[in-house]
Ligand binder design. Structure first.
Ligand code: ARG
Length: 603
C-alpha cells in the first residue's frame, strides 16, 4: 500500500494548496514545511488511512484543527483521481481525517499482485547494473573453529540469513560473510595438547571428528588453566603459528578443515549460503591498522599494551574500558581484527569490498565491542558519513528452567542434536496424526515432511520473537499446529494446495473479480499490506514483523476458508475466491522463503 499512501499524500498536499490559493486558508508563520503524512489507520473503524496533521497545522493557519480538516476534505472530495481511490473522506474527533479505499481500488491492487511475482514490493537500485551496486555486508553465523557451533550461532545464522534474504529480495547486492574464529590463542592450546594425546590429528585429515575436537579443546583449556608449563608451550605454539612455521600451519589448516566440514553439514541442513572469510584473512592487515591508528594519534600505551581510550578521545563515560588493539606481547585482539575487517569491507574494490553498509548479527553481549569498533573506525576515517555500520543484536536462548540453554551435563547444546530432535519429534507427531486420520503415506513422504517441519519450526520459533529479547526454547510449543508457529503457517499453505487438488484451478487467468463478504475484504486488505511489511523489516531489521504478518494472514485466511464457500460458489464468486487463495498462497510462500522456510504441498 506504500504506493497508494504516497499518492494520497500528494493529493492532500494538492488540496491544501488549493485551499491556500482560494484564500480559505492563510499561513501565519513561514517556518513550517506543512508536511502531511498519511498513516495506516490504527483501527478498522477509522478506515484504511488516517491523517493527524490538521492538529499540528492549527498553529500555522490559526484555525481549529477541525476547520482545517474540513477545508482539506472539501478540496479533496472534489479531485477526480481521489475519487478513483477512496470513498469520500471523513472527519473524526477533534480534526482527524479518515480515508477508506474504495472497492475498485482494492480490487485493482489484487490484480496487480496476481500479475507480479514480486507481489508489488518495489526494487531498490533498479537502474544499476550488478557491478555498479555497492554491496551490503551481512556478517553472520561466524562460529569458532574447534569449538562446537552453539545455539547463539544458530540464532545468528537464522536471523542473519533472513535479513540477507530480505535485502537481496529488495534488490541489494549482499555479501554474506562468515567471520569464522579461525585464529588466536585457542590454536596454541589445542595444537600443544594434540601433540601429546593425538598427534595423528595434526598430520592427516579426518583423523578426528569435530565432536572429539571439541572434547580435546575442553581438555586443553583445563590444562592451560592449571599447568604453567603447558601455558608456556601453548604460547610458544601461537608464536610459531603466527610466524608461519610450516608444521604449525599445516596442523592449523587440518583443524580448520575438520571444523569447516562439520559446519557445512549444518549449513546444508538449514539451507544457508555463506562466504567463509575468517579472522585469519585479516592477519596481513593488522600491523597496518595499528600504524594508521597511531598516525591518527589514537593510541596510548598502557602496561605495555597499545590501547584506544575512547573515554578520553570521545569523552565517553569514564567506566568504558580501553580497547586493546595490541597486547604487550605484540599479539593482536578480536577488536583489531574487526577494525581491519571494517577497513577492508568499506575500502573500494580491488583493495576491499567497496561496501556501503555493514551489518553484524551477534548476541547483545557484543554491543559495546561493536560500539567501540565502529567509533574507532570513524575516528580513523575508514567509516565516513556515507556508510552505515550496524550491530544487530539478539538475546539468549533459554532452556525450560529459564536459564541459558544447556545439556543436562551442563555443556552447550550441539546444534546437530537440536535439529535431529526437532525432526524426530515432527516425525512422531506426523505418524500419530496419520494414524488418527487413518491416512497411509510412504516412508519418503514421512521423511520429507518431518524434515521440512522440524527445521522450519526451529527457524520460525527463533525468527518470530523480537530478536532483542531472550526466548525460551520449547519443542512442544514450536511444533504445535496451533499458535504462531511454522506448522500453523505451513498448514494454511497446504489447505490452499488442497483446494487446487480438489479441482479449484487457482492458476487460470482471470479478468474480472467480484467480492461480496466481509471475510473476503479482510483478506484483501491484509494481502495488500505485504509490501509495507517487507519495507518495515528492511528498515528495522526485525524479521519477527514478517512472521506476525504471515501469522495474521494465515488466521484471516482460515476464517475466510471456514466461513465462505469456495468450490461450491457460483462461477464468478468462485473464480474470485480462487484468485484470493492463489494470492494468499503466493504471499505465504514468498514470505516464508524470506525467512528461509520451505513450503509443502501436503503435510
Ligand atoms: N566468532 C564470534 C563469536 O563466536 C562472532 C563473530 C562476529 N563477527 C565479527 N565480525 N566480530 O562470538
Amino acid at each position: 500500500m506504500k504506493q497508494i499512501e504516497k499518492t494520497l499524500e500528494n493529493l492532500i498536499g494538492q488540496s491544501l494548496n488549493a485551499a491556500l490559493a482560494e484564500g480559505s486558508l492563510t499561513k501565519h508563520t513561514n517556518d513550517c514545511s506543512c508536511q502531511i503524512s498519511v498513516l495506516p489507520s490504527t483501527k478498522p473503524e477509522f478506515g484504511d488511512f488516517q491523517i493527524n496533521s490538521a492538529l499540528s497545522l492549527a498553529k500555522v493557519f490559526r484555525k481549529s484543527p477541525r476547520e482545517i480538516a474540513e477545508l482539506i476534505i472539501n478540496q479533496l472530495n472534489k479531485i477526480e483521481s481521489f475519487k478513483n481511490i477512496c470513498k469520500p473522506a471523513e472527519i473524526a474527533g477533534p480534526g482527524f481525517i479518515n480515508l477508506t479505499l474504495n472497492e475498485s481500488c482494492l480490487i485493482s491492487g489484487i490484480f496487480q499482485r496476481l500479475n507480479d511475482s514480486n507481489l508489488c514490493v518495489p526494487k531498490v537500485e533498479v537502474n544499476l547494473k550488478e557491478h555498479q551496486k555497492k554491496p551490503i555486508v551481512v556478517d553472520f553465523s561466524s562460529p569458532n573453529i574447534a569449538k562446537e557451533m552453539h545455539v547463539g550461532h544458530l540464532r545468528s545464522t537464522i536471523i542473519g540469513d533472513s535479513i540477507a534474504r530480505v535485502l537481496e529480495f529488495r534488490g541489494y547486492k549482499v555479501l554474506r560473510l562468515n567471520h569464522v574464529g579461525d585464529w588466536g590463542t585457542q590454536f596454541g592450546m589445542l595444537i600443544t595438547h594434540l601433540k601429546e594425546v593425538a598427534p595423528q590429528a595434526l598430520k592427516e585429515s579426518n583423523a578426528i571428528e569435530l565432536g572429539d575436537l571439541v572434547t580435546f579443546y575442553r581438555e586443553a583449556k583445563i590444562k592451560f588453566d592449571e599447568d604453567k608449563n603447558f601455558q608456556k608451550a601453548s604460547r610458544d605454539e601461537v608464536v610459531k603459528l603466527q610466524n608461519g612455521n610450516v608444521d604449525s600451519l599445516k596442523a592449523w589448516s587440518l583443524l580448520c578443515n575438520q571444523s569447516r566440514k562439520e559446519f557445512q553439514i549444518i549449513y546444508d541442513r538449514l539451507n544457508i549460503n555463506l562466504i567463509e572469510r575468517g579472522e585469519s584473512f585479516y592477519n596481513k592487515f593488522l600491523k597496518g591498522v595499528i600504524n594508521e591508528l597511531d598516525e591518527c594519534a589514537l593510541l596510548k600505551k598502557d602496561n605495555g599494551a597499545q590501547c584506544v581510550f575512547l573515554n578520553e578521545v570521545k569523552g565517553w563515560k569514564s567506566t568504558s574500558p580501553p580497547v586493546i588493539v595490541q597486547k604487550s606481547d605484540g599479539g593482536f585482539n578480536y577488536a583489531t581484527t574487526d577494525l581491519a575487517a571494517i577497513k577492508y569491507r568499506l575500502s573500494a574494490v580491488p583493495e576491499g569490498d567497496g561496501a556501503e553498509r555493514l551489518i553484524y548479527v551477534t548476541d547483545s553481549g557484543q554491543a559495546s565491542h561493536f560500539e567501540s569498533v565502529f567509533e574507532i573506525g570513524k575516528l580513523a576515517n575508514w567509516v565516513t558519513n556515507k556508510n552505515q555500520c550496524k550491530h544487530v543484536p539478539f538475546g539468549l536462548v533459554l532452556g525450560a528452567d529459564g536459564k541459558k540453554l544447556k545439556t543436562r551435563s551442563g555443556h552447550t547444546v550441539r546444534l546437530k542434536d537440536l535439529l535431529d530432535e526437532s525432526v524426530e519429534r515432527a516425525k512422531a507427531d506426523l505418524i500419530s496424526r496419520l494414524s488418527s486420520e487413518k491416512r497411509e503415506e510412504n516412508e519418503e513422504f514421512i521423511n520429507k515432511v518431518s524434515k521440512v517441519i522440524g527445521i522450519a519450526s526451529v527457524k520460525y520459533a527463533d525468527l518470530s520473537q523480537n530478536r532483542t529479547t531472550n526466548y525460551q526454547f520449547n519443542f512442544d510449543r514450536m511444533l504445535n499446529l496451533q499458535g504462531n508457529t511454522a506448522p500453523y503457517l505451513l498448514y494454511a499453505f497446504v489447505r490452499i494446495a488442497g483446494i487446487q487438488r480438489k479441482g479449484g484451478n487457482i492458476n487460470h487467468a482471470i479478468n474480472s473479480l467480484k467480492f461480496t463478504t466481509q471475510q473476503e475484504w479482510n483478506l484483501i486488505r491484509h494481502l495488500l499490506k505485504f509490501d509495507d511489511i517487507i519495507i518495515e523489516v528492511e528498515e528495522e531489521l526485525l524479521p519477527n514483523r514478517l512472521c506476525n504478518y504471515l501469522f495474521e494472514l494465515s488466521q484471516i485466511f482460515n476464517r475466510f476458508y471456514d466461513k465462505i464457500p469456495i468450490l461450491k460458489a457460483n462461477v464468478i464468486e468462485k473464480s474470485s475466491r480462487l484468485a484470493l487463495c492463489k494470492l494468499t498462497a503466493d504471499t505465504l510462500q514468498l514470505g516464508l522463503s524470506l525467512l528461509g522456510i520451505e513450503t509443502l504441498q501436503r503435510m
